[in-house]
Design a protein around this ligand. Sequence first.
Ligand code: ATP
Ligand code: MG
Length: 189
Amino acid sequence: MGGTFDPIHHGHLVAASEVAHRFELDEVIFVPTGEPAFKQDRDVTSSEHRYLMTVIATASNPRFTVSRVDIERAGLTYTVDTLRDLQKERPDADLYFITGADAIAQILTWKDAPQLFDMAHFVGVTRPGHALSDAGLPNGVVSTLEVPALAISSTDVRERVADGEPVWYLVPDGVVQHIAKYGLYRGLP
Ligand code: ATP
Ligand code: MG
């Protein structure tokens, strides 16, 4: 499961858990994206903080791990590179790529899209506020799965922290504490 994870929240964790159960996966690898070389629409928190929060959030689940492949690769993150790196590390694995309804809608615009579907099964999960549809995608390349709805986004978590509102129970306790300890998201515009 790729993501910015800025920060990771319970929506990500429930989606991962549900896909792992439904598809009988041995492991879910959370892959935080690298830092864009050029600033895009906002300052993304350093990859080390995003990586650490992802590790903290997944530490208690023996089937959840975190990969640094995207953090350590220079430049923008493309899913085709992520899958290639994971394939190298786990040559015998049958890979699934977990993605939310907002991201799946754009999949055909991703780099090397046709090739992607040979590298992994794609699983699109429901997300409150976004319609989940595989319309426009080649037949059978994406499985869709309804997961328990959690109307949580990282954007909302960042805004709440900036406004001094609580984020307890939206993100794991250790992530609340990591955000407070390092003063993340305080100075947002
Ligand atoms: P931001 O608001 O910064 O974009 P986000 O909450 O969308 O953050 P991302 O790191 O962008 O989180 O998302 C990683 C993946 O998790 C994406 O595929 C996204 O669709 C999915 N996802 C995020 N939040 C949820 C949720 N509440 N339920 C289901 N899937 C989710
Ligand atoms: Mg997002």
